[in-house]
Design a protein around this ligand. Structure first.
Ligand SMILES: [Zn+2]
Length: 253
């Protein structure tokens, strides 16, 4: 089976940027969206992915940069397709309240096609043939990381925003690892203060989880040259890449 990863947004909050976190994973007819930063609906359309094709959205946490594109995405999808195809959203506690209050304020009814499941702890989920493992991350608010298994031999881990976890304890094995790399090791103090990860720490974690490829993600706009972080990570894990908006990876599973 062929699968693809599309990075729709890869940065951290910045007023001048339209690069807020979102990744689309396509495997066969399944299309999963990880996080929904601002402008996600335009980006899906610009790579030729219809909004109706998204079957699942996995939200990590309720910080604006990860979720501010979600309500517009749901609204457009509902207005365009009658009835809109089923959409299941997984996310942290509080997501339902956020969505209901937004819909109510906007005099908008999302209809019956929308299902929202709040996850309160580690859990294994199965939806439309895809296995998803949810785990708790270490951030300033309740945050969930996701391991998406696309086949018996292939798993993709999406871990942001967070301090590095103890990979051995989790028994995690990630074929592809997309990891918070907001800061460089020279800004380790900031990473600890704001509960993010440095590129060097992400690379160390990639070794622990036997990741074949590491994508450095959620990169602060203070690093104009992202290869700086890439070089930092490659000291520990050679197959490391700084992500950029619209970067694409094709996989044969
Ligand atoms: Zn955050």
């Amino acid at each position: 089976m062929k699968a693809s990863l599309f990075f729709l947004g890869t940065g951290a909050p910045d007023a001048g940027s339209d690069d807020m976190p979102a990744v689309a994973v396509k495997a066969g007819s399944t299309l999963i969206l990880l996080d929904s930063g601002e402008g996600v609906q335009h980006k899906l359309a610009s790579i030729g992915f219809g909004l109706s094709k998204v079957s699942n959205v996995l939200i990590t946490h309720l910080h604006g940069d990860h979720v501010l594109g979600l309500v517009p995405f749901i609204q457009t999808r509902t207005l365009m397709f009658k009835p809109a195809p089923p959409l299941t959203i997984f996310g942290p506690p509080g997501l339902m309240k956020y969505l209901n209050e937004s819909f109510s304020s906007l005099h908008f009814d999302p209809g019956r096609s929308l299902e929202v499941q709040e996850l309160k702890g580690p859990e294994e989920l199965r939806d439309r043939g895809v296995t998803i493992r949810a785990m708790l991350l270490d951030h300033t608010v309740f945050t969930i990381g996701y391991l998406v298994s696309l086949s018996n031999d292939f798993s993709m881990c999406y871990l942001t925003d967070t301090r590095p976890l103890a990979g051995e304890d989790l028994g995690l094995s990630c074929s592809v690892l997309i990891h918070d790399s907001t800061f460089s090791w020279i800004d380790l103090d900031r990473a600890k203060e704001f509960k993010h990860t440095t590129a060097l720490e992400a690379a160390t974690f990639a070794i622990k989880t036997k990741a074949r490829i590491l994508f450095l993600y959620h990169i602060s706009s203070r690093y104009r040259n992202r290869t700086f972080l890439e070089n930092e990570a490659r000291r520990h894990h050679l197959n490391s890449y700084a992500t950029a908006k619209y970067m694409r990876l094709s996989l044969i599973l």
